[in-house]
Design a protein around this ligand. Structure first.
Ligand code: GUN
Length: 295
């Protein structure tokens, strides 16, 4: 069994990005710039945005965080997004979700210029991804594909089973891995809460991607000997063995599944660290004008 070390790969990629940023600065005098909007004081959102800001600074990007109180009017938020859309110094815009109930998340997502939508949530980017055009792919599926690339895991002709059909993980990763592309060409089965015979379907898979948010759901009896296991779950549970009193569990029962797997991602330290790196990669692509260059 080989551990897929997302922590190590994400540090390597950050170094690669930092080197590219240096080159762009030297040659074009440009510094990639990510703007993040955060509404309210949700603890998890504050933490995520803090990590994103720190990662930007680590690789030499500029980072702007715009903060609003919970009672901000939808119109005010839309005007801010519009201002960032028009600001030629800004390459990427993210609006941290969730938003307060009186604001339509979909309306806000669709107000972001798709050319700056480095979260890849805009229907134009999702549509472009589905038909195989260059697009911003959202953080988790992009991070999974990057890990598959870096570990040279063969996907062509392989049976992939994805568990969970969310818009930001299950659906996009199913499309990417079935795409006619270097890291695609897999036969993908997308399973969900109404799937019958899940165990039987999963036990045939060469690659299993679990993104359902149920701690330690996938057990050894469900997987084939030698399967590649990608665990997207993160559930926080109480623990008397850690200083913080909490620990993170994935969707995979790691101790037993790792004995049968050829490759497996740990939680924490697998897919998680890759998500911020994907956001940085998207912002760099935007700064270089790569995605929408040919239309
Ligand atoms: N909330 C949880 N994950 C994300 C993410 O990837 N992007 C944004 N904008 N909000 C989130």
């Amino acid at each position: 069994m080989e551990l897929i070390d997302g922590k190590k790969i994400s540090s390597q990629i950050k170094e690669e990005i930092a080197q590219e940023v240096e080159k762009i600065k030297e040659n074009e005098g440009k510094i990639p710039h990510l703007a993040a909007i955060i509404v309210g004081h949700d603890g998890a959102s504050e933490t995520y945005v803090g990590h994103k800001e720190k990662a930007c600074l680590q690789v030499g990007f500029n980072s702007t965080v715009v903060r609003f109180e919970n009672d901000i009017a939808e119109d005010t938020l839309l005007r801010k997004v519009d201002e960032l859309n028009k600001n030629t110094d800004i390459d990427g815009i993210i609006v941290q979700l969730p938003l307060p109930k009186h604001i339509s998340e979909q309306k806000i997502i669709e107000s972001i210029d798709p050319r700056k939508d480095v979260d890849g949530f805009h229907p134009i980017n999702i549509g472009r991804m589905v038909i195989g055009l260059p697009s911003y792919v959202s953080a988790t599926p992009a991070g999974i594909v990057e890990l598959i690339k870096r570990y040279n895991i063969e996907t062509s002709g392989k049976d992939v089973v994805v568990i969970g059909r969310s818009n930001i993980v299950g659906k996009p990763i199913s499309i990417l891995l079935s795409q006619k592309s270097e890291y695609g060409n897999a036969t993908v089965t997308l399973t969900h809460s109404r799937t019958k015979n899940l165990k039987e379907i999963v036990s045939r898979a060469d690659i299993v991607i679990v993104a359902m948010g149920q701690a330690e759901f996938l057990t050894a009896d469900m997987v084939k000997e030698g399967a590649v296991i990608i665990d997207v779950g993160i559930t926080r549970v109480k623990s008397d063995k850690t200083k913080s009193g909490w620990k993170l569990l994935g969707d995979v029962k790691f101790d037993e599944v790792s004995k049968k797997a050829s490759y497996i991602t740990p939680v924490p330290g697998g897919v998680g660290p890759m998500t911020i790196v994907s956001l940085l990669q998207n912002t760099l692509k935007s700064a270089k004008g790569e995605i929408y260059a040919k239309i």
